[in-house]
Design a protein around this ligand. Sequence first.
Ligand SMILES: Nc1ncnc2c1ncn2[C@@H]1O[C@H](COP(=O)(O)OP(=O)(O)OP(=O)(O)O)[C@@H](O)[C@H]1O
Ligand SMILES: [Mg+2]
Length: 240
Amino acid sequence: MAWFEAKNIRREYRLGNSVNVALDGFSLLADKGDFVSIVGRSGSGKTTFLRIVAGLITQTAGEIVYGEDPPPRIGVVFQEPRLMPWLTVEQNVLFAFLKGAKRDIPFARAASLLEMLGLSDYRRAYPNQLSGGMAQRVALGRALCYEPELILMDEPLGSLDYFTRRTLQEEILKLYLLEKKTIFLVTHDVDEAVALSRRVIIADSGRIIGEIPVGLAYPRHRADPEFASLVEHILSHIVG
Ligand SMILES: Nc1ncnc2c1ncn2[C@@H]1O[C@H](COP(=O)(O)OP(=O)(O)OP(=O)(O)O)[C@@H](O)[C@H]1O
Ligand SMILES: [Mg+2]
């Protein structure tokens, strides 16, 4: 039995009198420690799929099955950081724990995550004092602080400039290799998908139309001809 299995997921949205089928037989298997990127045109159902896995919405049909009991803890990172403006950087990272008893708050873990993400000097800062890339790093820290086994990222770097994106791609890779999480990453950036993931799946009209394994060793080099040809190969699936 696979660690994660999405079986034939269907999701309909009602739009007035008509029905919009966002997912139509979407199936995916993943092992623990896998890094799967999901690419595909706008409207192909990528966000809908992540939202179902996260439990934010329910599927119309099909099921998500986990090979382990209890099912994994899930952390989510969205395109925008969605930080709480009235909380400091450190409090945002600890957000999931703030309602509990003070002794249960993982301050040490938050501190080491902030260190790893280069945010130690900003732990008392507020979100409006941060750059976009820093805020996105806080969102990453918040997702990781919760110690998820499965991390869902929906275009987490989409709003950032090229250089910040490249730096954060390295951060994500470092965290993946260090913490051995399972990651599903939705991205429009095929280059990013090839740099980071072990497999790239291509979504189209609510189903998966292709799956391309990325066999290159980490860290990957964009100048490597094999890297470039994988990117081209994936793009040809999306465009063609
Ligand atoms: N709340 C909603 N109500 C109605 N239709 C929706 C809703 N959310 C998504 N859809 C529809 O479902 C389909 C899939 O949307 P989804 O957001 O999953 O696509 P996506 O692949 O994430 O696209 P993008 O790359 O633009 O983020 C689209 O046709 C969209 O219009
Ligand atoms: Mg989306």
